[in-house]
Design a protein around this ligand. Structure first.
Ligand SMILES: [Zn+2]
Length: 459
């Protein structure tokens, strides 16, 4: 599934070589995949077709109306085949109904003038039949009837992959689900930030899921909310999932590069021997950091790290050796790094407190909790992001908030600005395997970038 197909290389060059504007690129991209997909359907076993030169296919992409390539010469046959099928079925009348709000199957059957008996037969045929009772607004229900208006086939396309079909057999119906194969292609795209990662990612042909992946991969290095700049660039090599030649959701990023304010970040996916997948830099460093920057989500900083702060309760100068996050009582508090709980209990003005030790050098502290996460105790191992307690105002606190401290070798550091260490790099024993996996992926990424550059220069 993850192997790189030879055809991929020619696809990239095809996509980029004659690109004039970004829009044409996106258009060409989708057109190309449509063509290549139908082409694959027509001549699946003919290897010689892979030698089609980029030039030929490019012209097929850009100037669709007057193409005379081997690729498109095959198309009429395919179309003719489709028409044949249509002719065979031409004795059936096809009725299409778009499901509206408030409609159920019996309402729709009435509107389509179909028999209630058939409705009963379909929904009571088998377990799948019941699925016809769960129709979604906006989708289509297709009924095929014979010349007498008797229902022969009822079709409901649940999603891009699954279609529910009820077929008449004399006085009864068989209901089955038709599942389409998902084809995975390796694709690449490049874009630059004009408004937001989301919009520009879409513009570059990435689906929501891939855009989220891209943001997550680089979230440790790039603050996508605050530090994105117009002109930042991204290149992504990813798995594109297609059904009948049309892109569907899914797929995963294989490698990616993000240039943020002139700084380049590169990520390559590595499939560990246990099947889990992680992203690393080309030299095997983790893209993740050993610590999350903040232990609570959706919180506001109510008091920063300040060694000369006047204490709000004690009303005298007392260093504030941590960061306060105002959040509602009960908001989950997550440990920012993998480690071991070395304190869990009440600690004077800190109130209910958890202290986690991370390796030899680092400890983090979480105070004023309203409660502790059940099941954890002194000595428990915790994973980065794991909930260890809940925001509260135990100890000396004027309102519910989390007081968070970060110490290196016992010295308090500002959690907001301290340089966070990288998570563990790739295991030494896996380094050779990683390099072997990464090399072609990086070559792919560079090729995508180079083709794009070439295309830009030819504009
Ligand atoms: Zn505090």
């Amino acid at each position: 599934m993850y192997e790189i197909r030879p055809s991929f290389y020619f696809q990239i060059s095809v996509i980029f070589v004659k690109k004039r504007t970004f829009n044409i690129f996106v258009l060409a991209f989708s057109v190309f995949f449509t063509i290549s997909a139908s082409y694959i359907l027509i001549v699946p076993d003919d290897d010689s077709d892979k030698t089609v030169t980029s030039e030929t296919v490019i012209s097929a992409n850009i100037s669709l109306p007057d193409v005379s390539t081997p690729v498109l010469e095959s198309l009429p046959e395919d179309q003719a085949h489709t028409i044949d099928e249509a002719t065979n079925e031409s004795t059936l009348v096809t009725l299409t109904h778009r499901i509206k709000k408030g409609e159920n199957l019996s309402v729709i059957f009435e509107k389509m003038a179909l028999s209630r008996k058939d409705l009963y037969r379909i929904t009571h045929s088998n377990d799948l039949g019941k699925q016809f009772a769960h129709l979604k607004v906006g989708k289509e229900l297709i009924a095929k009837t014979d010349a007498e208006g008797q229902l022969q086939e009822l079709i409901y396309r649940k999603n891009a992959i699954e279609t529910l079909i009820a077929t008449r057999h004399s006085d009864n119906f068989d209901v089955a689900i038709q599942t389409k194969d998902i084809e995975t292609q390796v694709a690449s795209t490049q874009g630059s930030i004009q408004s937001s990662l989301f919009l520009d990612g879409k513009q570059a042909g990435l689906n929501d899921n891939l855009i989220m992946q891209l943001a997550n991969i680089f979230a440790w290095d790039i603050d996508f909310a605050l530090n994105l700049r117009k002109g930042d660039q991204f290149t992504v090599v990813y798995e594109k999932h297609l059904v009948d030649g049309h892109p569907v959701d899914g797929g995963e990023i294989i490698s990616a590069e993000f240039v943020n304010q002139g700084k380049t970040f590169t990520a390559v996916r590595f499939i560990e021997p246990d099947g889990s997948k992680h992203y690393y830099t080309p030299d095997g460093k983790s893209l993740r950091k050993a610590f999350l920057r903040t232990p609570v989500a959706f919180a506001r900083i109510s008091s920063p790290f300040n060694l000369h702060r006047k204490h709000p309760v004690l009303n005298r100068i007392r260093a504030h050796k941590g960061v306060d996050y105002a959040a509602r009582t009960g908001t989950p508090v997550k440990t920012t790094g993998d480690g071991r709980i070395i304190f869990r209990g009440r600690k004077g003005g800190y109130g209910r407190t958890v202290v986690v030790k991370h390796g030899q050098k680092y400890t983090t502290l979480y105070a004023h909790l309203s409660g502790f996460k059940r099941g954890l105790k002194n000595g428990s191992r915790v994973k980065q992001g794991q909930v260890i307690g809940y925001v509260g105002q135990s100890g000396l606190a004027t309102g519910p908030h989390l007081h968070y401290e970060f110490r290196i070798n016992g010295v308090h550091r500002n959690p907001l600005t301290v340089k966070l260490p990288h998570a563990n790099p790739i295991k030494k024993s896996l380094l050779a395997e990683f390099k072997a996996q990464a090399e072609p992926l990086l070559a792919q990424l560079n090729k995508a970038k180079a083709s794009h550059l070439l295309a830009q220069n030819q504009q």
